[in-house]
Design a protein around this ligand. Structure first.
Ligand code: SF4
Length: 420
């Protein structure tokens, strides 16, 4: 088990639950990083011009690089039921697959409009899957009605899980989209401990997704994968509880939980990881000097807030005022919760006006929030950090610990420079 971590279930801290106006992305945004991760997948959003506009804004300059995502726009005729939307969708998909023979996995991604008119994308995916040989067609929803930001990744991976081949072989699967450098690092570390039966979900290519079954033990590399975990459990795989791999402490706890589950002894584990952990701790000294003693306030966004706050308070010496998360999965955060500072308010959900009032009254040194709130808060003299960068930048693992801390230190550096 983890060192210094009380057994799960004993954390009884109060949680402020709020429901009201929200300032968050919908799950479609997940496409921006998922399409880079699975290199022969294509994401076809079935939605409105609003959805297309959101993707273009979130993806920034990437839209000029022949990306593997697009929007099939539902127009007035579809919405009024005058056109057969299923037929039009089939036509669009046929044209797309003809032009892009490199696509091996196609996701039909539901949106608010496709859900409101009850377009059955599940049936459409099954039909198209039968029609196009060699291309897997699946569907999930990234709509704002059903998903918040990173839950788009959860919905995408959850669509994959029932399709994975079956195996009863003993193996370790790491779940959650990670940067390739991070995967390679962990593979190397585990190989030095003698663990080579290790796989990642999602894999880099559609044809390389891991098989799962009774012998599978899995680690969640991201805190927002509730549905994916539920479906893995249903396939007989077993979750390994751990801290999330943020910071030196988090990465060691995460990797150690995996190693223990695969029967590696403490000595061998320490031997393999001690140097990398020491390097990470040393690299943290620089950003820590800037962050120590600063007060931080998290608006809810990605569900990464709880492990981030644990890392920033324990390894960078920050103080947390409020840790807001869109959704608090108590079971998956069981190891994290007891490590949060007792004085911090933990809030779930959002009523943005009330939260802004709390934030302005507290006058924190740094606020982590979405783009919609960042500039207005800066105008009030409050330093901010855009939360979206935290999911677009490789932040997991030893070598990324200092980069992660630097993301939070940079706004202070900028403010100091502008002051001079
Ligand atoms: S899915 Fe819904 S919330 Fe997301 S961009 Fe489309 S309309 Fe907006």
């Amino acid at each position: 088990m983890l060192d210094h971590v009380p057994a799960s279930g004993c954390d009884t801290r109060p949680v402020l639950r709020e429901r009201g106006q929200r300032e968050v992305f919908c799950g479609l945004t997940g496409i921006v990083w998922m399409h880079r991760k699975i290199q022969d997948a294509f994401f076809l959003v079935v939605g409105s011009r609003t959805c297309a506009h959101l993707l273009q804004s979130a993806a920034g300059v990437m839209i000029f690089a022949e990306p593997r995502f697009a929007t099939a726009i539902l127009d007035e005729r579809d919405l009024a039921g005058l056109a057969d939307a299923q037929e039009e969708l089939d036509r669009n998909v046929a044209r797309l697959l003809e032009r892009r023979p490199d696509i091996k996995l196609l996701f039909l991604v539901g949106s608010c409009p496709s859900e409101v008119i009850k377009l059955d994308l599940h049936r459409a995916a099954q039909r198209l899957d039968r029609r196009f040989n060699g291309v897997r067609v699946l569907n999930y929803s990234g709509s704002g009605i059903e998903t918040t930001f990173t839950q788009g990744e959860d919905a995408c991976l959850a669509a994959l899980v029932p399709e994975l081949p079956a195996t009863d072989a003993a193996q370790l699967v790491i779940v959650g989209a990670l940067a390739e450098v991070v995967e390679d690092q962990w593979r190397r570390l585990y190989a030095t401990m003698g663990i080579t039966n290790i796989a990642f979900l999602p894999a880099r290519r559609a044809g390389e997704m891991p098989a799962v079954g009774q012998g599978t033990r899995y680690l969640l590399a991201q805190p927002f994968l509730a549905e994916t975990a539920r479906l893995l459990d249903a396939r007989g795989a077993r979750h390994i509880p751990a801290l999330f791999p943020l910071g030196a402490e988090g990465t060691t706890a995460f990797l150690r939980a995996g190693a223990e589950a695969m029967g590696v002894g403490a000595g061998r584990f320490a031997e393999a990881t001690a140097a990398a952990e020491a390097r990470a701790r040393a690299a943290l000294e620089g950003p820590r000097a800037r962050l120590a003693g600063k007060r931080i306030f998290f608006f809810p966004d990605s569900q990464l807030e709880v492990p981030m706050a644990r890392f920033l308070t324990r390894e960078c010496g920050m103080e947390a005022v409020e840790i807001g998360t869109p959704y608090l999965h108590r079971a998956h955060l069981a190891a994290e919760m007891p490590l949060l500072p007792a004085a911090a308010t933990l809030s779930e959900g959002q009523d943005v006006e009330r939260q802004l009032d709390r934030c302005l009254a507290a006058r924190p040194d740094l606020v982590v929030c979405g783009l919609g709130l960042a500039n207005p808060l800066e105008a009030q003299g409050i330093t901010t950090k855009w939360s979206i960068e935290l999911v677009f930048t490789p932040v997991q693992g030893y070598d990324q610990a200092a980069d992660l801390a630097s993301l939070f230190a940079r706004p202070f550096a900028r403010r100091d420079m502008l002051r001079v």
